[in-house]
Ligand binder design. Sequence first.
Ligand code: DGL
Length: 266
Amino acid sequence: MKKTNSIGIFDSGIGGLTVGHQIAKLMPNEHIIYFGDTKHLPYGDKSADAIKSYSKKITEFLIEQQCKMVVIACNTASALAFKEVLECCKGLAIVLNVIDPVAEHTSKSKAKKIGVIGTKNTIASNAYSAKLGELNKNVTIASLPTPLLVPMIEEGFYNDKISTSIISNYLENKVLENIDHLILGCTHYPLIEDEINKYYENKVVIVNSAKIVSQFVKKRLQENKLLASVPSKNSHLFFVSDYTKSFEQSAQYFFGQRISFTEVVL
Ligand code: DGL
């Protein structure tokens, strides 16, 4: 592993771009290889076996690109395929999921009742409640699956009437009553962070995994003496398993116009 090698990031679609964007902002010297598994999106309601298999194939691809680190920028894959990804990367790359950093960060806060929203798979896996419960016994965790949010965001519905109505419908759920923190347990959700804040009138702390994960990425690279010390000469690379206009538009929104895309059949 060399400092100049890339950071590999993957998600089922555009969600992980929120993490990629924060990583690029915090560590501008780093070169990023992003993989959006648009062919298999959404991961939120697929079987665990399917998610493990997609995650393994993507990881193998990122390892072939000699990534020094693989960031599973998808909560669903982090909840269901972390072990498999670790196995593929053994001795070859560092692996980071998005759940552990967020749970660690939130467990150290003043939170008393933490809400978690995510895909059906992430919530059913109990990954957040297990980790948070293990780190802080005094906290109450209230989890709610919010499956409509990913297709809504992928279709470009945010900051409009449709998204406001769907978001309030979910957040009004009794389960989330009296929460003081809300974990955005899906990497797509930072795109609707402002709307969620508006719903809560800024009275609930919104935990945005993209920012927290990027700080953990930096820490892990520093610990392993793998943080790039000079700017990469190459532009970030974006791979998708199925080209979609919405992916290209979102990637350009986060990373500017001059980005190259390659479709890869896994
Ligand atoms: N962005 C992903 C997550 O964090 C998954 C969305 C999906 O594919 O269902 O869970």
